[in-house]
Write a protein that binds this ligand. Structure first.
Ligand code: GUN
Ligand code: FE
Length: 436
């Protein structure tokens, strides 16, 4: 092995298709050992079992009192919107024109894009997120900046250039043909370098002409290994607008489905106001959705229906959706997901919440053979959590009866202060110890 870490280990062994199963497949080792070799998990065991394999010369990293979890997966986030978190007073469509488009226009400048990309990635790491599916802007410079930084750290990151050719301001526009050509060049330049993946990224139906979606269809056909990310059925006014713009299609998702944008490695952000046949289509095509609770609450978009998602067996990951979302912290995001559940009488248990943030998210992104838990052979992306960084957390934790209660308290009271280390590809890439 190259590294061995001792601490409490928690993960979910396998992909589940209903919420009740998750706790049965949860694995908790209070005093565990994780062996890492060549950036991958070599073995995971209890201290008692594993101690004999320790090499006296190499030793081990002692993290007793801390909790090791698989790295968090952010299934939907916009890196150029980092600086506009907390833009006041608007819902989706006005929020886009008032705040978002002006901010995104700055990313034509590659130096500016590089500065924000670096900041964004350091935020992911300090919040315990090791993989993200990321929107850039329509400028190829914004993609180059983000991938350069992610490649330097050898992160498993998926991103793409926003494509949009109508209903956008003059200063932020392109033609379908330009969008196609630039996306094509970016795919050829970045797809499969290091652990990077490329996501074809039409912003959403209202900013797409039929020609643009046809270009997206062609790109998917030409590059079947890419991902696709877009927005779907987030806000009632947006849904009504889509119905006006595309009267020949019955439902919002039918627009995407018509251009063959549904399918494996397609991730649709939000999916709040979906009809039964749209859920069915997501299921039948193996598409995924991203549930973004802090964004949905902040923009007043609506309540994501977790039960419908399970019932229809649709793959789902959790997204922060920064900058409509209000935090990079997956812990805080899970706490808000719980509250969205409560408003609909759904009880989001800690086992389920942490599943969505790790293995479930990996499953949604079709990366569950690579990441999401501590199974031997998986990539060693994980977080070291200090469950007690505040007096309140200490007091509350003393009264917890088991790991599930502790995890629930962590998603209720926890945030980035609880992340003490983030490991990427078997190496500690961020640590509170190195931050002044
Ligand atoms: N729909 C289209 N663009 C966006 C965006 O940038 N953020 C959110 N939340 N929804 C969108
Ligand atoms: Fe979004």
């Amino acid at each position: 092995y190259h590294a061995a870490i001792r601490g409490a280990l928690f993960d979910i062994a396998k992909v589940c298709d209903n919420a009740d199963d998750i706790a049965h497949h949860a694995r908790f080792i209070e005093d565990g050992l994780l062996f890492i070799r060549d950036g991958k998990i070599q073995a995971r065991m209890s201290w008692q079992e594993g101690e004999q394999y320790l090499d006296a010369h190499k030793g081990y990293t002692d993290r007793r009192g801390k909790l090791l979890l698989p790295g968090f997966i952010d299934a939907h986030v916009h890196y150029p919107q980092t600086e506009m978190i907390g833009a006041f007073g608007e819902q989706l469509l006005e929020w886009l024109t008032t705040y978002t488009f002006p901010v995104e226009s700055q990313f034509a400048d590659e130096a500016y894009a590089a500065e924000i990309a670096e900041f964004f990635i350091s935020q992911l790491l300090s919040h315990g997120t090791t993989t993200a599916l990321v929107f850039c802007t329509l400028h190829p410079e914004s993609v180059n900046a983000l991938f350069s930084e992610a490649l330097r750290l050898n992160m498993r990151l998926i991103a793409g250039k926003v494509m949009m050719d109508r209903h956008t301001p003059e200063y932020l526009s392109e033609t379908a043909e330009q969008s196609y050509q630039q996306t094509r060049e970016l795919i050829q330049r970045w797809q499969h370098r290091g652990r990077l993946g490329y996501a074809i990224t039409p912003r959403f139906a209202p900013t797409s002409s039929p020609e643009l979606l046809e270009a997206v269809r062609r790109l998917r056909e030409e590059f079947p290994q890419t991902w696709l990310q877009t927005h779907l059925s987030e806000n009632p006014n947006e849904v009504a607008w889509v119905n006006d713009l595309w009267p020949e299609h019955q439902r919002y998702l039918d627009v995407y489905h018509h251009y063959q944008l549904t399918g494996e490695r397609s991730v649709f952000a939000h999916g709040i106001h979906l009809h039964d046949e749209e859920w069915q289509c997501l299921h039948d095509t193996g598409s995924a959705v991203a549930f973004c609770p802090t964004s949905n609450l902040f923009l007043g978009s609506g309540l994501f229906r977790l039960p419908a998602c399970w019932r229809n067996k649709v793959r789902m990951g959790i997204g922060t959706d920064v900058g409509a979302g209000t935090t990079f912290s997956m812990l805080r995001t899970l706490g808000e997901a719980y509250k969205v559940g409560q408003l609909q009488s759904y009880r989001l248990r800690a086992s389920e919440a942490f599943y969505h943030a790790t293995l479930g998210g990996a499953h949604a992104l079709r990366l569950d053979d690579e990441i999401g838990n501590f199974a031997p052979g998986k990539e060693a992306d994980f977080v070291v959590i200090d469950p007690e960084v505040t007096p309140l957390q200490r007091l509350r934790n003393e009264r917890c009866k088991d790991i599930y209660e502790q995890l629930f308290v962590l998603m209720t009271l926890g945030d980035e202060r609880n992340i003490s280390e983030t490991w990427i590809n078997g190496q500690c890439a961020w640590s509170t110890a190195t931050v002044s």
